[in-house]
Every structure is written in structure tokens, then in C-alpha cells.
Design a binder for this molecule. Structure first.
Ligand SMILES: [Fe+2]
Ligand SMILES: [Fe+2]
Length: 274
């Protein structure tokens, strides 16, 4: 039986047995994602030396369940199909349908990740979950704000002020966010020579997990005019990322006939370098 949830039932982080695992995920993420950690992960993972076709990455996500998500316990590729199909049903542009289909594909990082980095099947605190800015004070709009004090950077004067290492009104693109699948996929595609995904789509990929900003309204001090446009794009996309999560299952093979030509239109037919 399919159950349809009301909007207020999504992102409820206090619902019994899933709470413990999700909470523990965020405790680790908040206490281990420091400015130094993020810079090290960028050095390590943004090597763009591993060729993999888009559809192979899709199939690999069939084996991953996101531990940070209280709304979904299906293989991650099902969430991608649900998002894409909802965007398609609303008659939105083909590039946005593609973005729905691939927005979480950066989670393929777990294929070459490690427990130590939080980028594996078992340890996902460097892979999934809502992100925040590193290098400045953590806002209380983060989920489980009680964990903010556990972050070692919050005891470091360089990083624990409102602006931290950043200039006022520097713009979102200048900020270092907690490391995870959003930034990873964004960088992989930004580095892909055949990429023709419009700017709005790239922004949707890069910032979709940045809840303390796009939904919490924090980080005002860094924002520019351009970021208001970013936020409109993100909130438009977020409905499809969040409220489409359901037990409905799609067939990945059947979806391929429709989506692969769109993927080839915007990303070419060759492999992507991860
Ligand atoms: Fe995501
Ligand atoms: Fe998602």
C-alpha cells in the first residue's frame, strides 16, 4: 500500500526508531566537519581521474540507502526517479527533469570512499545530510543545533565568529560548505567539458542540502543580490526533492529510454570523470 504524507510530516527528526540513527549521523557530521577537514576532502576527492558513465553511477546508487534521511528507506536511485518523474509530470523543462534524476548522484563517492572520511556505506557523515558553512559560526537553524558546540572550530577564534574567514557579502559561491554529495557532483559536472546544464540546474545541484540557508534563513551577512535568485531556484527544486518521497517504486531500466537521451543532450554520451 502506498502512503501519501502531508507536508508537515516530512523532515520530522523526532519520530521514534529512525531518530537514533539520524541523530547519531548528525552528531558525527557536526563534530567532524571542520574547515580543515573540508579542504582536505576537496584535495582528495576532486581528482577527476575516474571515468564512469552516468547510467553506471545510477545503477551503483541502487545499493545505497541514505542514513540521514528520515523520510526514505529505499535505495537512493528510487528517490532520484521519484523526483525526476514529479518534475516531468509538472511539464517542467527537460534539463530540470535531468537535474531531478541526477541531483544526488554525488553519493556515488561512496564507491571510493572510506569510513575514516565518513564517505562509505557504513559512515556517511561526509556524504549526506544537511550542510552548513565551515569557517564561521554555526547557526541554530542547523538540525540538532545542540551538536554545534561539539565542532572543534567553534573553539577556534579564526572560525567561530559570524563572518569567520569570509568577507561580508562575499556571496554563496565563495563559502566552503560541509563536504558531501552536493559539492562533489557540482564540481564533477563543472569540470566535465560536455556539460550544458543551465546555471539554475547547477545551482540546484550545488546547494540543495543547504537547509540552514535556503529554508532556515541564516547566513544573511554573506548574501548578495545574486543569491536571492539562487534561493528562488533552490526552493522551486526543493519541492520535488522533498515532498515526492514515497514508497512508490520505479523501474530504472524502463526510465532509461526516456532519460538517457536527455542526459546525452546536456552531458554528452561519453563517460564522466569522477
Ligand atoms: Fe541530496
Ligand atoms: Fe535528494
Amino acid at each position: 500500500m502506498e502512503t501519501v504524507k502531508a507536508e508537515k510530516e516530512f523532515r520530522n527528526y523526532n519520530q521514534g526508531e529512525i531518530t537514533a540513527a539520524v541523530r547519531e549521523h548528525y552528531r558525527k557530521m557536526r563534530s567532524r566537519q571542520t574547515y580543515d577537514y573540508v579542504r582536505r576532502m576537496k584535495q582528495k576527492y576532486l581528482s577527476f581521474d575516474k571515468p564512469m558513465y552516468l547510467w553506471d553511477a545510477m545503477e551503483k546508487l541502487n545499493a545505497l540507502i541514505d542514513v540521514s534521511d528520515p523520510d526514505l528507506n529505499l535505495p537512493n536511485v528510487q528517490h532520484l526517479l521519484q523526483s525526476a518523474e514529479a518534475i516531468r509530470e509538472d511539464g517542467r523543462p527537460d534539463w530540470m527533469q535531468l537535474v531531478g534524476l541526477i541531483h544526488d548522484l554525488g553519493k556515488a563517492m561512496y564507491l571510493w570512499g572510506s569510513d575514516e572520511d565518513g564517505t562509505s556505506q557504513a559512515e556517511q557523515w561526509g556524504l549526506v545530510g544537511d550542510v552548513f558553512v565551515v569557517g564561521c559560526a554555526l547557526p541554530d537553524t542547523c538540525v540538532y543545533p545542540e551538536f554545534n558546540a561539539l565542532n572543534p572550530d567553534m573553539k577556534d577564534e579564526r572560525y567561530n565568529s559570524t563572518l569567520g574567514v569570509y568577507e561580508p557579502a562575499c556571496g554563496l559561491d565563495k563559502l566552503e560548505l560541509a563536504w558531501g554529495h552536493d559539492e562533489y557532483l557540482y564540481q564533477v559536472l563543472a569540470n566535465h567539458p560536455d556539460n550544458k546544464i543551465p546555471e539554475a540546474g547547477m545551482v540546484m545541484i550545488r546547494y540543495h542540502s543547504f537547509y540552514p540557508w535556503h529554508t532556515g534563513g541564516s547566513y544573511d551577512a554573506f548574501l548578495t543580490k545574486k543569491d536571492e535568485q539562487y534561493r528562488e531556484w533552490i526552493l522551486d527544486f526543493n519541492r520535488y526533492d522533498l515532498y515526492t518521497k514515497s514508497p512508490k517504486l520505479y523501474d530504472l531500466e524502463a526510465a532509461k529510454d526516456y532519460y538517457l537521451p536527455i542526459a546525452e543532450k546536456y552531458l554528452g554520451a561519453g563517460p564522466i570523470m569522477w
